[in-house]
Design a protein around this ligand. Structure first.
Ligand code: GLN
Length: 208
């Protein structure tokens, strides 16, 4: 568990209940011997700043580039993404998931919403998802590229955004990815760790 900030305990609870052993990662030395890492929901700009301050950011990025499996939820998705359309001042990321994200795209805290998603890659049943100031994945791959190796596992209508889809260059009827996978990196805009629906954690532990 990336444990500098965010809802670490909720994720650890789910992972342990599913039979995995977890431990907090707060320093570069904590990375040794991990089979995978979960980056929780929280506040990505704070996670990024703290990771730089404690010297965890570059060693973690290197471990991810070398193939360490990762699952990021919400702020964790932002941390994994290569590009942020609206970063906080000085905010960077780990740059391992080839997508462009927009922070807080689905509205203010009060506009948080829930949805049942069709995600055949992880579950035959609908997956219950909670979006809390959630990021949107606006583009796969570099500008002009198609992000062909980024797989979209689930999407929602762009009409749920707090901003006018047209202002983002999207059709009103467009769908936005909310669960994506690129090789060993899995990420969701939403928070399965707070819903009791553990399909994504189960799939991550099974090596999705
Ligand atoms: N808005 C947060 C960010 O930019 C993400 C919110 C969340 O993780 N629930 O990091």
């Amino acid at each position: 568990m990336f444990a500098l900030q965010g809802d670490v305990r909720e994720h650890a609870h789910v992972l342990e209940a599913l039979g995995a052993q977890t431990r907090p990662v707060r320093r570069a030395t904590d990375l040794a011997g991990l089979d995978g890492i979960v980056l929780p929901g929280g506040e990505s700009s704070v996670m990024d700043r703290l990771a730089r301050i404690v010297g965890l950011k570059e060693p973690l990025a290197a471990a991810l580039r070398a193939g360490l499996p990762a699952y990021g939820t919400c702020a964790g998705l932002i941390m994994l993404a290569r590009r942020i359309q609206n970063p906080a001042p000085d905010q960077g990321t780990l740059e391992v998931l080839d997508v462009t994200v927009r922070r807080n795209a689905f509205g203010a805290q009060a506009a948080s919403f829930e949805a049942d998603l069709h995600v055949p890659a992880v579950s035959a049943d609908p997956v219950h998802a909670v979006f809390i100031r959630a990021p949107a994945v606006l583009a796969l791959g570099e500008a002009g590229g198609d992000g062909a190796d980024v797989e979209v596992l689930a999407s929602v209508p762009a009409s749920g955004l707090s901003v006018d889809p047209a202002g983002l260059g999207l059709d009103a009827g467009a769908r936005l990815p909310v669960a994506v996978r690129q090789g060993h990196v899995l990420a969701t805009s939403f928070h399965p760790e707070v819903t009791g629906d553990w399909s994504f954690h189960r799939a991550f532990l099974a090596g999705l």
